[in-house]
Ligand binder design. Structure first.
Ligand SMILES: *[C@@H]1O[C@H](CO)[C@@H](O)[C@H](O)[C@H]1NC(C)=O
Ligand SMILES: *[C@@H]1O[C@H](CO)[C@@H](O)[C@H](O)[C@H]1NC(C)=O
Ligand SMILES: *[C@@H]1O[C@H](CO)[C@@H](O)[C@H](O)[C@H]1NC(C)=O
Ligand SMILES: *[C@@H]1O[C@H](CO)[C@@H](O)[C@H](O)[C@H]1NC(C)=O
Ligand SMILES: *[C@@H]1O[C@H](CO)[C@@H](O)[C@H](O)[C@H]1NC(C)=O
Length: 300
C-alpha cells in the first residue's frame, strides 16, 4: 500500500514535470507559428495579424528559390535571426536588448556601373529598431578616404580614414584587417536609426574624393568568423545586428512581471526590455511568461 502511494506520487510528479517541460517555452502566441525555416519568430514578432504585436513586428516568410526567407516589410529588410533577451546565455552581453540580425544594403559612392554619387543609406527613424553599438562596426573601403558615418541633417556620427597604397587592392579586402590601408573600421555609439555616409579626401581636406568607395555596418560575429577576402564590389548586403524593444507599445506592470518570472532593464536611449530570470525560459512578452527549466524529467 505504502509503496503504491509513493509510486503514484512519483508518477504524478513525473507527469507534472513532463507537462511543464512541454509547456516551458512557448515563444509565440497560441496557434501561431514560431518559425520561418531555421529562423525562430518570438512574439512580439509574428507572421499573421493575430500573431504579431503591430506592423513593426510583422514577418513575411517567403519561399524564394526553394528556401524560406524572412522579411521585415516595415523596414524593408531580410531577417537572418531574431533573439529575445537572454542575458544568462554566454553569447549575450549585459545591455543587449532583443536582437534582430538583418541583411542591410551597403553604401557606395562613385563606383563603376552604379550611377555617381551616394547610393544607399538606411533611415528607420521612428521604428523600434536601433543599430547595436555592442555588436556592429562601421567599415569603409577606399583609397585616400576619410569616411564619415552620418545621420540625418547630415550629422556626423563617427568616422575613420584609410590611406592609399595601391588603388587596385581595394578589390581584395580582409575586413578583419581593416587597419587604415585601403579600408578602416571603427566602433559606433548607441541609439542610431539612420545609417548614411559621406566621403572626403585625406590629402586635400574639403575635396570630395572621386574614387569608388564603400561604407557599411557589419556584425562583429560575421567579421570575425569569416577569414575570406571580400571583393566588396560584389557585396550587396552585409549582416548587421539591430536592437529591438517593445516598451513603446506594451507595458507589463511589476506584479505581472514577477508572475511571469521576468525582469525589466532600460536601454541608454529611453526604452526598456524584459527578460527571463536566471534558470527560466520562455517569453516574458506573453502571459505564459518564463518557466523553470525541468531537467528533472531525464531522471526517470
Ligand atoms: C487554437 O486553434 C484551435 C483549433 O483550431 C481552437 O480550438 C482554439 O480555440 C485556438 N486557440 C486560440 C487561443 O486561438
Ligand atoms: C515574396 O515573394 C513574392 C513572389 O515571389 C514577391 O512578390 C514579394 O514581393 C515577396 N515579398 C517580400 C517581402 O519579399
Ligand atoms: C540567437 O538565437 C540563435 C538561435 O535562434 C542562436 O544560435 C544565437 O546564439 C542567439 N544569439 C545570441 C546573441 O544569443
Ligand atoms: C559591375 O560590372 C561587372 C562587369 O560587368 C559585373 O560583373 C558586376 O556584377 C557589376 N557590379 C554591380 C554591383 O552591379
Ligand atoms: C544619404 O545621403 C545621400 C547624400 O547626402 C542622400 O542623397 C541620401 O538620400 C541619404 N540617404 C538616406 C536614407 O538618408
Amino acid at each position: 500500500m505504502a509503496v503504491q502511494v509513493v509510486m503514484r506520487i512519483t508518477f504524478f510528479l513525473l507527469l507534472t514535470t513532463y507537462e511543464l517541460a512541454e509547456a516551458a517555452a512557448p515563444i509565440a502566441k497560441p496557434n501561431c507559428s514560431d518559425s520561418c525555416g531555421d529562423i525562430y519568430i518570438p512574439y512580439p514578432f509574428g507572421k499573421t495579424t493575430e500573431c504579431y504585436l503591430n506592423n513593426w513586428f510583422k514577418i513575411v516568410c517567403n519561399e524564394t528559390g526553394g528556401s524560406l526567407k524572412a522579411f521585415l516589410p516595415s523596414i524593408g529588410m531580410e531577417v537572418l535571426e531574431i533573439n529575445l533577451t537572454d542575458p544568462y546565455n554566454d553569447n549575450y552581453f549585459w545591455n543587449d536588448p532583443g536582437l534582430v540580425r538583418l541583411n542591410v544594403p551597403i553604401i557606395s559612392s562613385n563606383c563603376k556601373n552604379l550611377s555617381s554619387g551616394n547610393i544607399g543609406g538606411v533611415d528607420i527613424s521612428g521604428s523600434p529598431f536601433f543599430f547595436s553599438s555592442y555588436r556592429d562596426k562601421f567599415i569603409s573601403v577606399g583609397c585616400d578616404n576619410l569616411a564619415l558615418m552620418t545621420s540625418i541633417n547630415p550629422m556626423v556620427v563617427v568616422g575613420c580614414n584609410s590611406i592609399c597604397v595601391d588603388k587596385s587592392i581595394i578589390k581584395d579586402i580582409k575586413l578583419k584587417n581593416c587597419l587604415g590601408v585601403n579600408c578602416c573600421i571603427t566602433t559606433i555609439p548607441s541609439g542610431n536609426q539612420v545609417l548614411n555616409a559621406s566621403f572626403r579626401s585625406i590629402k586635400e581636406e574639403n575635396k570630395v574624393n572621386e574614387e569608388c568607395k564603400y561604407a557599411f555596418l557589419a556584425d562583429d560575429k560575421w567579421l570575425s568568423s569569416e577569414d575570406i577576402t571580400y571583393n566588396v564590389q560584389f557585396l550587396e548586403y552585409v549582416p548587421v545586428v539591430l536592437e529591438w524593444t517593445a516598451s513603446d507599445f506594451i507595458t507589463v506592470d511589476p506584479n505581472e512581471l514577477r508572475r511571469r518570472n521576468s525582469e525589466e532593464y532600460p536601454t541608454l536611449y529611453g526604452t526598456k526590455y524584459y527578460y527571463c530570470l536566471k534558470g527560466y525560459q520562455g517569453n516574458p512578452y506573453l502571459p505564459t511568461g518564463c518557466q523553470v527549466l525541468h531537467l528533472l524529467f531525464f531522471d526517470c
